[in-house]
Structure formats: C-alpha cells, structure tokens
Design a protein around this ligand. Structure first.
Ligand code: SF4
Length: 87
C-alpha cells in the first residue's frame, strides 16, 4: 500500500490499520478510548511526527489519529447521532 505522503516514510503506524481510525464499528467507548490512547503513544515515538502534523494540516479531511491527535471526530460524538428535537 502506498504512503499517503512520501514524507511519512518510516511511520510507526504503517501496517497497523485500523488502530488509528476515528471509529471502528461496534467498538465500545472504553475500547475506543484505550485504542486511541495507545495509537497516540505510538505517535509520540514516531520519527516522522512533525511531517505527519504538517501532512494532517494539508489534508482536506484528515480523520483518525494523526501526529498523536484525533482529527475530524464526528461532531455528534461517538455512536449514533442525536436526533433533532421535534418541531
Ligand atoms: S505520527 Fe502517528 S499517525 Fe503520524 S505517521 Fe507517525 S505513527 Fe503515523
């Protein structure tokens, strides 16, 4: 699989999908929090952390963990979106 950005050669997340994804269907909130925290820890030791941060800023819609930060999280929060109140 090709890198999303050539600056990310040596990325510690390579081959670890979907660990860095925003959400995984069916995952509990507790499992998600633990997974994202573990992903962020991996980022903090990544040799291309700075390049990843720059790449995230250049993406239109970065999602998931990039440079130890969760990007583009569903603004409705995790799980099913809340319904609009009835008019
Ligand atoms: S900083 Fe994190 S998300 Fe970015 S390339 Fe490294 S391991 Fe992957």
């Amino acid at each position: 699989m090709a890198l999303i950005d050539p600056r990310l050669h040596g990325a510690r997340c390579a081959g670890r999908a979907p660990m860095f994804d925003d959400e995984i269907l069916g995952e509990t909130n507790e499992d998600r929090s633990a997974r994202l925290a573990a992903a962020a820890r991996i980022c903090r030791g990544c040799p291309v952390l700075s390049a990843c941060r720059a790449a995230a800023h250049e993406q239109d819609h970065p999602a998931g963990i990039w440079a130890a930060k969760l990007r583009n999280r569903n603004p409705q929060g995790y799980g099913r979106p809340t319904k609009e109140p009835a008019a």
